[in-house]
Design a protein around this ligand. Structure first.
Ligand code: ADE
Ligand code: ZN
Ligand code: ZN
Length: 299
C-alpha cells in the first residue's frame, strides 16, 4: 500500500505488468468519459465501500434520507448525483467550485479556508458545509438528503490527486492530447485530469471483467482493520494535503517518477502499473472516511 507520499519518493513497485499486458489483449477499446470528477464508477465505488462499512443503524438512517430520490437511493448511486443532476442546474451554481481546490504548497487550515473563500468555495468548504447540514437539528429531511448526496460526492473528489493540482494547468485538464493504452483508441486523445478521474477505474474493470459493485467489493476486501483505523482519523485538510503530495509524486509524472507529463505524451503499461495502487488507495481511503464521517453523525 502506498504511504502518504513525499514529493520525491521512490517509485511504487507492483508486479502487474505481465498480468495487465496479457489481459489487455482480451478487452475491447474504451472511449474516455467526459464526466467530471472521479467518473461515475469511481464515485459509486467510494459510496459502496462506505455503505458496506456502516453500522446497521447508520445505514438505515442513510437509506431513509436517500429514499426521496429512487435513482439515487444508495450511497453508491447518491455519490454520482452531484455530477449527473446538480451540474448544469443553476440552483447549484454556488457549488461549482466545490469539486476541487488548486494547491501549490502545504497550506494551514486557515490559509486553505481563506483561499477557498476567495474562490466562492472549494472542496474543503463543500465537505465541511454539507457535513454541518447533516449535523443540524434545524435542517429539513430534504435538505439533509441533498447534503448527503453532495457530501458523498465531495469526499470522493477530495481524494482524487489532481483535484488538488496546479491552477496553471487546471488540475491537469490542460495537459491534453494524451494517449493511454486502450483508453484512447485510434486517434482519440484525453487529458491528464480525466485519466485520474476515470482511466484507472475503467481500464481495471474492463480487464478484470468487473462491474463497479465487484470492484468495490475487491477494494473493500483489501482494507485491513489497521488501515481503516489509521485512515479513519484526520480531517478534510489532511486528506487534501495527501492528495496534493500524491499529485506531485505521481499525478503529474511519467512512470520514472521524475519526468513531467506534457501535452501530447503517450502513457503506457508502466505508467498504469506504477500509479494504479495510488488510484485504488485513494478510492479505499475515501470510502473509509465517508463511512467514518457518516458513522459519527448517524451511528
Ligand atoms: N476542474 C475544473 N477546473 C479544475 C481545476 N482548476 N483544478 C482541478 N479540477 C478542476
Ligand atoms: Zn465532483
Ligand atoms: Zn475531476
Amino acid at each position: 500500500m502506498p504511504r502518504p507520499p513525499r514529493p520525491r519518493r521512490s517509485p511504487l513497485r507492483r508486479q502487474l505488468q505481465g498480468l495487465a499486458l496479457a489481459a489487455a489483449c482480451l478487452v475491447p477499446a474504451l472511449a474516455p468519459s467526459t464526466a467530471a470528477a472521479w467518473h461515475d464508477d469511481g464515485h459509486r465505488i467510494v459510496g459502496e465501500i462506505a455503505e458496506r462499512r456502516l453500522s446497521k443503524q447508520a445505514r438505515a438512517q442513510v437509506r431513509e434520507l436517500l429514499a426521496d430520490m429512487p435513482s439515487y437511493a444508495t450511497l453508491a448511486t447518491a455519490a454520482t448525483w452531484a455530477d449527473q443532476q446538480a451540474r448544469g442546474d443553476a440552483t447549484f451554481n454556488f457549488v461549482a467550485s466545490s469539486h476541487y481546490v488548486n494547491l501549490d504548497r502545504n497550506l494551514s487550515p486557515r490559509e486553505l479556508l481563506s483561499l477557498c473563500l476567495e474562490k466562492s468555495g472549494c472542496v474543503a468548504t463543500g465537505v465541511a458545509y454539507y457535513a454541518e447540514i447533516l449535523r443540524s437539528t434545524r435542517a429539513s429531511k430534504a435538505q439533509k438528503a441533498e447534503a448527503l448526496r453532495f457530501l458523498a460526492h465531495f469526499i470522493g473528489d477530495a481524494h482524487q490527486p489532481l483535484h488538488t493540482g496546479h491552477a496553471s494547468d487546471r488540475g491537469g485538464n490542460d495537459i491534453d492530447g494524451l494517449r493511454m493504452l486502450e483508453y484512447t483508441p485510434a486517434a482519440e486523445r484525453t487529458n491528464l485530469h480525466a485519466l485520474w478521474d476515470g482511466g484507472f477505474v475503467a481500464i481495471t474493470m474492463a480487464r478484470a471483467g468487473w462491474d463497479w459493485p465487484r470492484y468495490a467489493l475487491e477494494l473493500d476486501g483489501r482494507i485491513s482493520p489497521a488501515m481503516s483505523g489509521r485512515w479513519g482519523r484526520g480531517s478534510v485538510y489532511d486528506w487534501l494535503e495527501e492528495s496534493r503530495l500524491f499529485a506531485l509524486a505521481n499525478g503529474y509524472l511519467h512512470a520514472d517518477g521524475k519526468t513531467p507529463i506534457r501535452k501530447g505524451d503517450s502513457l503506457g503499461e508502466d505508467w498504469y502499473a506504477h500509479n494504479l495502487e495510488v488510484a485504488e488507495q485513494r478510492l479505499q481511503q475515501a470510502g473509509v472516511r465517508l463511512a467514518a464521517v457518516l458513522e459519527e453523525i448517524f451511528g
